[in-house]
Design a protein around this ligand. Structure first.
Ligand SMILES: Cc1cc2nc3c(=O)[nH]c(=O)nc-3n(C[C@H](O)[C@H](O)[C@H](O)COP(=O)(O)O)c2cc1C
Length: 366
């Protein structure tokens, strides 16, 4: 069982959807990093359900940092953030049957934890746990921004509607990081939301593709063979619930191209070595080449849907139909993007701390 990730910066996630708290521990942060609570709130607000394709539940995240911060800056000792859960579970009188939600982790969690798992609201597999990841990620993103490293993602496609591509990456990332529905072309955003609403009316849900960009990284970062930049990012990103595919650069659109089309030719720009295109997504041989890292994540449709589905009572091994009650949004993708940014930030920080040492991110001692 592994709820900790990272080599030089480690994140541990804990909690269950209907337990008293969820939270994160960050171990290995440099001392002196500014902890901007307003920015943490902002990032959490991007993950919370909001806008016309979300249910009206009010899910405030009044986080508390209970260790590792003194006078607004990291101390360098383990930093623990906790977020209380509003919905706590009542006593169970009857656990004689359990119907698996198709696409969710109810059945696999039971297989692994043998019925000892707290399954309420998806337990440890609830999307709720990602709130703790986003709160922790906000601190790491702040440290990266001090080194002029920016991370941002947009919904590249949803229901066949495509967003425009990144043009001016820095401006695009800055604008995306203010949007709750992160799409660069507002007309495309409206169409995507209409498709999600149409699915909701039919008791159904939709998925899509996120495209992310990491800007400002220098060449030379990555630890072949096994802790390559792609390897570390993919490992971390695949931990995000509902994320089912990761690709780098133009990975899957390249398969029918020739080398002469896909290769990124080199050039010199303002005295720096650059590539003239970025089909490889800023990584060669598992090592950054100084161009923006670009990657795409496939996010699946919300598994909890209102349509009736075939399932089983896995305690009594009986077939059962399932009609899910409760509040579930018809899409996860718009909320998952800040989770992707947070996870990517933790990987980049980890790899930079490995190369330059923990104190590389240390802030000024005023
Ligand atoms: C931000 C976020 C919110 C989520 N919210 C829900 C939800 O409301 N209902 C649901 O069924 N799944 C939700 N999920 C997805 C499930 O947690 C996930 O599909 C489940 O744990 C199974 O894991 P897998 O999809 O990676 O196989 C959410 C995921 C994320 C990242």
């Amino acid at each position: 069982m592994k709820n900790t990730f990272g080599n030089h910066l480690q994140i541990t996630l804990f909690g269950e959807s209907h337990g008293p708290y969820i939270g994160a521990v960050l171990d290995g942060l440099a001392p002196g990093i500014k902890v901007d609570e307003d920015y943490i709130h902002h990032q959490l607000s991007l993950r919370r359900p909001s806008g016309k394709i979300s249910t009206a539940r009010v899910e405030k995240d009044p986080f508390q940092i209970i260790s590792g911060v003194y006078q607004g800056k990291t101390t360098g000792t383990p930093l623990t953030i906790i977020i209380p859960n509003k919905e706590q579970k009542g006593e169970d009188y009857l656990t004689m049957e359990r119907i698996a939600r198709p696409g969710h982790a109810d059945y696999t969690a039971y297989c692994k934890y043998h019925g000892f798992e707290d399954y309420h609201g998806g337990g440890h597999f609830s999307g709720r746990i990602t709130a703790a990841l986003v709160a922790a990620g906000a601190i790491v993103l702040t440290a990266l921004k001090e080194k002029n490293i920016l991370i941002g993602s947009h919904i590249a496609s949803l229901g066949g509607i495509k967003d425009r591509e990144f043009e001016n990456e820095k401006e695009d990332i800055q604008s995306l990081n203010q949007k709750t529905f992160a799409v660069l072309d507002d007309t495309a955003a409206e169409k995507m939301m209409d498709i999600a609403l149409e699915a909701a009316e039919q008791g159904d849900s939709v998925g899509g593709v996120l495209e992310s960009c990491i800007l400002g990284l220098e060449a030379g970062l990555g630890e072949p063979w096994f802790d390559t930049m792609e390897g570390m990012l993919a490992h971390a990103l695949f931990s995000i619930p509902a994320l089912k595919g990761v690709s780098f650069g133009d990975a899957f659109s390249m398969v029918d191209q020739r080398g002469s089309e896909y290769n990124d030719a080199f050039g010199i720009k303002e005295g720096n070595i650059v590539t003239l295109t970025n089909h490889n997504g800023g990584i060669n041989g598992g090592i950054t080449n100084g161009m923006p890292i670009t990657f795409r994540c496939a996010v699946k449709p919300t598994p909890s849907i209102y349509k009736e589905q075939n399932s089983v009572d896995f305690i009594n091994k009986k077939e059962h139909t399932l009609k899910i009650e409760g509040r579930h949004d018809p899409a996860i993708i718009h909320r998952a993007r800040v989770v992707v940014d947070s996870m990517a930030a933790i990987v980049i920080y980890d790899m930079m701390a490995g190369r330059y040492g923990t104190d590389y991110f240390m802030g000024e001692n005023e």
